[in-house]
Design a protein. Structure first.
Length: 420
């Protein structure tokens, strides 16, 4: 059984005193409290790396936590381990005669499935097993629908990826970016991957996330978690791979083009969307198929070379309309031929700037990624982009933002702001 520590639950008698220790003395940040009415308990989560501490405060005298504190005093209440398959874990434990509190998985918070193991079998500790999309791994609004004129836009998710903070923020000092974008022990920050479906005269998908071809080492290095994968969110949106007519690439980095191809049972690479033509900018194609020492790490040829072999590739040279209402516009900067996707229908606008502005925190013009090949071009393109998005009142998609799929950009008192 593979398990990771999700959180440690601590029963608290005096929440003020507990907060003064964990928050003030240890200097940890406490998230807003969550009330669990059925348990008559208030939970205060404290993120520590990829796990958390959970301070449990009783809200009524008959709360199980109140009884626990009365009997044993405040202290360790339970530990929660995250498992991939709780059904299999349960069978495993039953076969080894472990004493369980729950005979079958039951529903916990946020749709998680949980099972409690009796402390008598766990050497005095109450152990909770949980199969979940844990909070720190969750992409908020993994399937979110919007209407722009006659077009339907569906923001999807291919899970999360963790990338080095320096790579994401370049010259911005860590104390500044870390405030809103906490780094893990390896200095990695959490990014969502959000492909966008556009439904109009045809059904298009813009980018396709990292896909599932990565091996264990790759998944570990990049902290890949595809609990909310494109397959899953596409299905939640009522679509399948065969519904996609057009795949449009902003650029060919592996966190955008990884989902363009899949490996079949025989180990052969093939296009992931069987009916689609794949539209890619020629300059980007040339750069991605001839990577240099600096770009090699981001361009993985198995993500796109099979498209040419399968005859589904369509290279475009200039800014142009790809299907009615959907236009590509080169930004450069991030890569020489990186492009933004502008969407218009009946006077309403949306834009998918991709890695020109990957997260909401990249709103200031000078918050430019360290990985950008031509950062001064990014600066120029981003300033123009902000002006155009605000003037058009465009719905802006934040492809890598784990919390906010889309919002509007406005200028207030001379500074740019995002209205989610
Ligand atoms: Zn990129
Ligand atoms: Zn990216």
């Amino acid at each position: 059984m593979k398990a990771t520590l999700d959180h440690v639950g601590i029963a608290v008698g005096d929440i003020r005193a507990a907060l003064s220790f964990y928050r003030d003395a240890l200097g940890l940040e406490i998230e807003a409290a969550e009330e669990v009415a059925s348990q008559r308990v208030r939970a205060h989560f404290i993120p520590v790396g990829s796990s958390s501490l959970e301070l449990l405060e009783a809200t009524a005298p008959d709360s199980p936590i109140a009884r626990f504190v009365e009997k044993r005093g405040p202290g360790l209440h339970h530990i929660t381990l995250l498992v991939d398959d709780i059904g299999a874990a349960l069978e495993h434990l039953k076969a080894r005669a472990v004493r369980l509190i729950d005979d079958a998985p039951r529903k916990g918070a946020e749709g998680a499935l949980v099972v409690f193991i009796h402390p008598s079998s766990a050497h005095g500790v109450l152990v909770e097993l949980k199969q979940a999309v844990s909070k720190s791994r969750q992409v908020a609004g993994a399937v979110t629908r919007y209407t722009v004129g006659d077009l339907e836009l569906i923001s999807l998710s291919d899970g999360i990826i963790r990338l080095d903070g320096g790579l994401m923020f370049g010259l911005v000092p860590k104390p500044l970016w870390e405030r809103n974008t906490p780094a893990d022990e390896r200095n990695r920050v959490t990014l969502a991957m959000r492909p966008l479906v556009v439904r109009g005269t045809r059904t298009m998908i813009i980018d396709a996330g990292v896909g599932n071809k990565g091996d264990a080492k790759f998944n570990r290095i990049y902290g890949i978690d595809r609990s909310q994968s494109l397959d899953r969110t596409l299905a939640e949106a009522g679509l399948g791979p065969e519904d996609i007519d057009v795949v449009l690439a902003t650029h060919l980095h592996f966190d955008h083009a990884g989902g363009f191809t899949v490996r079949d049972e025989a180990g052969r690479l093939r296009p992931r969307f069987p009916r689609a033509r794949y539209v890619i900018r020629r300059g980007e194609w040339e750069d991605a198929t001839h990577p240099n020492e600096r770009s090699r790490g981001s361009y993985h040829v198995e993500n796109y070379a099979p498209l040419a072999e399968a005859g589904v590739l369509e290279l475009v040279d200039d800014d142009q309309t790809i299907m009615p209402g959907v236009r590509v516009k080169r930004t450069g900067g991030h890569t020489m031929h990186h492009q933004a996707i502008w969407i218009e229908s009946r006077g309403q606008h949306a834009v998918y700037p991709a890695d020109l502005m990957p997260m909401t925190v990249h709103l200031p013009a000078n918050w430019i990624m360290g990985i950008d090949a031509y950062p001064m071009d990014t600066l120029v393109a981003k300033k123009a982009f902000l002006e155009e998005a605000a003037a058009k009142e465009a719905l802006v998609f934040f492809q890598h933002d784990p919390k906010t799929p889309a919002g509007h950009i406005t200028r207030q008192n001379g500074t740019w702001q995002i209205r989610a």
